[in-house]
Structures are given as C-alpha cells and as structure tokens.
Design a binder for this molecule. Structure first.
Ligand code: ATP
Ligand code: MG
Length: 359
C-alpha cells in the first residue's frame, strides 16, 4: 500500500509556488487515493525554527497554515494533518539518523551552500562570506535535511510530493535509508519523489529566483488568500521586461513573462483545457497581440478567479475557528493518528539499534 508524506513550513500563508508546486498535488493525490493509501501532511514547525522566529508570530502562522491546507481542499477525514512538533518521534528519529549522516554529504546540499554563499557556480570574483557570518550559522540549519529525512522515514513513506527545490533532499533521504538498512537491517523505506507538473514558480520581483514565503519583499509572491485587487496590483508591478512587440513564451530570454504565463496556465488548467490549450506556449499564443497594459490584467484575471474559492474557504475556516476552536481539534486528531503510525515504527528502529526496553 502507498504511503504519502509531505510537509510545509509555517513561515507564512502559502503562495502560488507552494500551491502549484506542492499543495495542489497533495489534494489531487488525496482525492484519487485508494482506500489502502495513507496520506500524511505535516506543518513542519521544527523546520521553521532553523531560522529565528518570533514566538507569537510562529504560533499564529501555524494556525494559518492549517487553515490554508483545509482551504485548498485537504480533508481531515481523508488525510492526516498535524504539526510536526506535536509528534515527538520526529526529533527522536532525527537523532538516530544524525548519527548515520555524513557531514560531507550534508555540506554539499544546495540549500546549505546558498546560505553559506558558496553557490556551485560562484564566480571567483564574488565576495567570500566573512568567517564571522559563517560561524554564526546554526547547527539546525545545517542538519535540516536529516530532520526532513526523519519526517519521511518515520512513516515508512513510499511517495513524497514536493517542489523541485526539495528533490535533492529526498535523494539524501533515500541514501540515508539505504545506508541505515545496510547497517541495521531492512527497516527504512527509501521513498520516491513525486514532482508536480508546474515545477518551479518564480518570484514576481526576481524571476530567476523561486517564489518563496520568506523572501523579504511581499510583492514577490501571490498568496492563496490575496483578493482580486491585491492580485491585480502585484501583477501590475511584477518584473517582466521591456521587449517591445508581441507577448512571447521564452523562459530563458523572458523569464518574467514566461513565469506569469506559466502561473496563469497552471492555475486554471481546466479552463485552459476547455479552451483547447494544452501548454503555456499555447496560452501565450492566444495573448501574443495584447499590449502589456492589457496583457497583465488578463493574467491577473485568470489568477484572481481561480483563487477566489480558496480564499473564501480560508475566511470561512478562520471564522469557524473563532467560534469553535476548530483548528485545534483538527490538529489534535491528526497528531494522534500520526503518532499511532510513528510509535511502533520508531520502537522497531530502536530495538534494531540495541535500544529496546529491558522488560
Ligand atoms: P520558505 O521560504 O520559508 O522556505 P517556501 O516558500 O520555500 O518557504 P516551504 O514550506 O519551504 O515553502 O515548501 C513547501 C513546499 O512548497 C515544498 O514542497 C516546496 O518544494 C514547494 N515550493 C516552495 N516554493 C516553490 C516554488 N517557488 N515553486 C514550486 N514549488 C515550491
Ligand atoms: Mg523552502
């Protein structure tokens, strides 16, 4: 039987990158799942604290994330939704895996390198990071992929739906599982990655970087809770280019334009299908003669319309929470179901490592 696990950090309300790269895929997997499939989706707060978080903001963002998961269509009667910090086994398994994870492999992770400012293709003319700022980097940030591996392996996950930026971490998880099994017996399941067709959604301000919750500029991302007006405004000032003439789909040459076309296409896939459009290129063709000042509103319209029902559900859920502490109930129930899987698994792992109980 399939077991699906994925996580999202409570670092802000999800943006369209999270939605197209991950959340929508989760909902699809949930709705198409056989009865024998287990789906677990975690709000990974232990990951969020690898960078400094204000406590009361984090508390609020965890709730907002749970409301967002429900708003996009995850259903607590079909999927196990819970906060990572509520299931203690994540941190415990992480320790055991840490003792089997090599520092060398971890230091080659792109995400870590980017924090170190040692990008794989960094030019020799780039200013090196000062040793001071390097030494201030936190241990948890470095070992983050090990926690992610623990999240996945704790549930004998077979499939991990993530955005492209996470596939290297799932690869690491596979290697860690294989190495662990070699040492202690066949206990961990090396998982497969499921990439969504939308792949990578780029920032509205820097179209060569991915859209991200934690980027400083709020104008760089569209949130699933944004109103039509906010969507219009953000698209209006999105960075495109000043190429005169037709709208064309050229991801390499015109990344800003291509990004907006991609977003619009994938946000309204069923609408596109009805119009007989099979790819972002084809959508671009229908728009090629629009002037920029007409094209941007057309894009904003597609995006705003597809977001409207999600936004409404988000508002309803928040209201329901104010009335009956709904989110707390969903979280508690999810966490206890997650624990019921995690506990016996972790016990088997501890037994195999020589840490079984004496009685
Ligand atoms: P943060 O900036 O705090 O890391 P984030 O936007 O990267 O936030 P995460 O919580 O780290 O979001 O990731 C949640 C999921 O969203 C992951 O599966 C990740 O691959 C996916 N994802 C994040 N950003 C994008 C993006 N721009 N395009 C496609 N998928 C994305
Ligand atoms: Mg991220």
């Amino acid at each position: 039987p399939k077991r699906i696990f994925s996580g999202i950090q409570p670092t802000g309300i999800p943006h369209l990158g999270n939605y197209l790269g991950a959340l929508r895929q989760w909902v699809k997997l949930q709705n198409e799942a056989k009865a024998s499939t287990t789906l677990l989706f975690s709000i990974v707060d232990l990951h969020a604290i690898t960078v400094r978080q204000d406590a009361s903001t984090l508390f609020q963002m965890r709730k907002q994330m749970l409301a967002s998961l429900l708003a996009v269509g995850l259903d607590p009667s079909k999927s196990i939704l819970f906060c990572q910090s509520a299931v203690l086994q994540h941190a415990e398994l992480m320790w055991m895996l840490s003792c089997n994870a090599s520092v060398g492999y971890l230091s080659r992770m792109t995400q870590w390198k980017s924090k170190l400012n040692l990008r794989p293709n960094a030019s020799p003319f780039d200013a090196p990071p000062s040793s001071n700022s390097r030494e201030a980097l936190k241990l948890g940030l470095f070992s983050y992929p090990v926690l992610q591996a623990a999240d996945i392996l704790l549930y004998n996950t077979t499939h991990v739906p993530v955005g492209e930026d996470q596939s290297q971490h799932v690869e690491f998880t596979r290697e860690l599982a294989t190495g662990f099994n070699h040492a202690f017996g066949d206990l961990l399941v090396p998982p497969q990655t499921i990439l969504s067709p939308a792949k990578r959604v780029m920032s509205l301000k820097q179209p060569h970087k991915k859209m991200s919750k934690s980027a400083v500029n709020e104008g760089s991302r569209i949130l699933i809770s944004d109103t039509q007006e906010v969507v219009e405004e953000k698209i209006k000032v999105a960075v495109t280019d000043s190429v005169q003439g037709d709208i064309t789909y050229e991801p390499k040459m015109r990344p800003g334009v291509a990004n907006l076309i991609n977003i619009a296409f994938y946000m309204d896939e069923s609408g596109m299908q009805q119009r007989g459009l099979a790819s972002p290129e084809q959508l671009a063709q229908t728009m090629q003669h629009l002037a920029f000042q007409d094209w941007k509103p057309a894009i904003a319209d597609i995006i705003g319309k597809s977001l409207a029902p999600i936004r409404e559900r988000y508002m309803d859920i928040m209201e329901r929470d104010r009335q009956e502490q709904y989110l707390g109930k969903v979280q508690k129930d999810g966490a206890s179901r997650a624990k019921a899987i995690a506990e016996p698994n972790l016990r088997r792992i501890k037994n195999a490592m020589g840490m079984g109980s004496f009685d």
